[in-house]
Design a protein around this ligand. Structure first.
Ligand code: NAP
Length: 539
């Protein structure tokens, strides 16, 4: 039986964790957390360097609190003995300062229920998802608890499957999630699968638990307060995924499109795409973006593929079909051509007569740098458009293979500056990407006025190649333009609505800027102007 439809048990969907060594700092964070929308706070009293004094904290009380005093083996910092810990815990329970208490499953039976104080009975495992987790949970179900909590470290996708199954089938209110990067999506999916609340760190820097999102992550990226059983789930399959900008972009746009959906990063190691697709099907997940290293595997996994996937053998989008299978698309391919066509149309509108006619894509001579995943889509798309393509790649054999596949020319990497004529250079290598921002894949003397330079690197947007191209009066298409277009088409496939490109470009630029408050501002704007009705109480 699912508990998804039970009346709200907790005062808020987010329990904000405050973990500081001094009472003074706790008081400051309590105030700030409430200001930032916290309505339920867990105080990690084990972090305090001195004995806890509840009466020093209560003047700052503005919402219900959970008292937690975690020992080292459970990821906490309690320095004293177990007997002392239980004594302090009982003092907190009767202090009147806390509405909730967290008691570990092995000590919960030694602490009697007191008044209206609600009990979270918890199990933590900082090293693994144990083989007998289901048995541990069965025993916990018999304990005196208002909420059961399971927090275990995931080492692989299968660990996530087990925790999701427990969460989904929980007969009592349960918050079950995996810690670590693999487990990240399970922390948020709980709200769809019936968890009364999930956890967030107030202070990202405190590193309270591996993979614990911060309250700011929920304000800027994940719309967790609007998640319910009906929320559709989308996500990104890749490895690595932790620093991807796709969750920020997709979640903001889903809100703007007024779709009750959330988009999550799923870390999936090479070779494990079919397993991951099966595991997350149990949620279920309606569609995925696909990035390194799974684009070719995604094309193989799908039962139906569109023409661009059939042509390139690579997919960056998987859409779940009513029959349970996947339809695969390659929106990188369409984004490359859309970026180029839009750029040429813009030039046709604005270019002075003395600069001559704007070329057609089919008349252009292109130098494609790189022979990896993105260059593959570039070469196929340009060849299909009739462009004269030459490929140069660091690993010559790879370039030869791709050139043979698409039917274009190839040159040695060292000879790339000799490719003439050249109307357009497309960088499909990561050269120039953060942190190696002082590198460019071509010498600036190769760049001539009027040439088009298309850099697919988008972190940063203004790569050295882009800067040098502008300085030498080239026309520029940036990786941001392409990234936004491939994401926009994915959103159209996910929701049936094509989002506007310009706000997405703005959003991505803000997300990549170190000034994170720009995103908070964006979140507030969405709340005020565009949020769906069920979001009215958000932040
Ligand atoms: P990939 O499959 O790993 O291919 C990278 C290619 O670049 C390979 O040919 C590789 O050569 C070459 N390369 C790597 N380091 C190099 C260096 N220092 N000098 C010269 N060549 C080098 O990667 P991918 O998926 O194609 O992605 C490449 C880049 O495209 C990414 O880093 C990203 O910036 C960009 N991208 C942008 C978008 C967008 O939407 N804007 C989308 C996808 C990718 P070897 O075979 O010798 O390693």
């Amino acid at each position: 039986m699912s508990v998804a439809s039970a009346p709200p048990l907790a005062p808020d969907k987010i329990a904000v964790v405050i973990a500081r060594t001094r009472h003074k700092m706790i008081l400051a964070e309590l105030q700030e957390a409430v200001k930032r929308g916290a309505g339920f706070i867990e105080l990690r009293l084990d972090y305090l360097a001195k004995a806890v004094e509840a009466k020093r904290l209560t003047p700052a009380k503005q919402c219900p609190w959970i008292a937690t005093l975690r020992r080292g083996s459970d990821g906490g910092r309690w320095p004293g003995s177990e007997a002392e810990r239980l004594t302090v815990m009982k003092q907190m329970i009767v202090s009147g300062a806390f509405e909730w208490v967290d008691l570990e499953t092995d000590v919960a039976d030694q602490v009697k229920r007191f008044g209206s104080v609600k009990r979270i009975v918890s199990y933590h495992n900082m090293t693994e998802t144990p083989a007998d987790l289901e048995g541990i949970y069965e025993k916990m179900l018999k304990q005196d608890a208002d909420v059961l909590k399971l927090a275990v470290l995931a080492k692989n996708v299968d660990d996530c499957r087990r925790i999701l199954a427990i969460q989904k089938n929980a007969p009592k209110p349960t918050v079950a999630f995996c810690m670590g990067e693999f487990g990240f999506p399970t922390r948020i999916l709980g709200l769809k699968l019936g968890a009364p609340f999930i956890y967030a760190a107030f202070n990202r820097e405190r590193g309270v638990a591996p993979g614990l999102p911060s309250l700011d992550d929920f304000r800027t990226t994940y719309p967790v307060r609007s998640i319910n059983a009906e929320t559709r789930v989308y996500g990104l399959f890749g490895d690595p995924v932790a620093h991807s900008y796709s969750p920020i972009l997709h979640n903001h746009m889903l809100r703007r499109l007024k779709v009750n959906a959330v988009y999550l990063p799923f870390r999936v190691p090479d070779g494990q795409l079919p397993t991951a697709a099966k595991v997350y099907d149990t949620v279920p997940v309606s569609g995925y973006s696909v990035t390194i290293p799974h684009k070719e595997a995604a094309a193989v996994l799908a039962q139906e593929v569109d023409a661009t996937v059939a042509q390139t053998g690579a997919a960056n989008t998987l859409l779940r079909q009513p029959n349970g299978g996947f339809h695969a698309y390659n929106t990188d391919y369409s984004a490359i051509l859309d970026s180029l066509h839009t750029h040429l149309e813009e030039r046709a509108r604005t270019q002075k007569a003395e600069d001559g006619p704007v070329p057609e894509v089919g008349q252009m001579f292109a130098l494609v740098l790189g022979a990896g995943g993105v260059s593959r889509s570039i070469a196929h798309a340009l060849m299909k458009a009739g462009t004269h393509v030459t490929i140069a790649a660091r690993t010559y054999d790879r370039a030869v293979k791709l050139a043979a596949e698409v039917g274009c020319k190839v040159v040695d990497w060292q000879a790339r500056h000799n490719v003439l004529p050249c109307d357009i250079v497309v960088n499909g290598t990561p050269v120039g990407m953060h942190p190696d921002t002082d590198e460019s894949p071509v010498h600036h003397s190769f760049l001539k006025p009027g040439m088009t330079v298309f850099d697919t690197v988008y972190t940063p947007e203004n790569t050295l190649l882009v800067q040098e191209a502008r300085a030498r009066e080239c026309h520029v298409i940036t990786g941001v333009d392409m990234f936004v277009r491939q994401a926009a088409r994915q959103l159209e496939l996910f929701t049936g609505q094509m989002p506007a490109i310009d706000p997405m470009r703005e959003l991505l630029r803000k997300a990549m800027s170190p000034v994170t408050y720009a995103l908070e501002e964006e979140a507030r704007k969405s709340d005020g102007e565009d949020a769906p009705d069920d979001d009215a109480d958000e932040d």
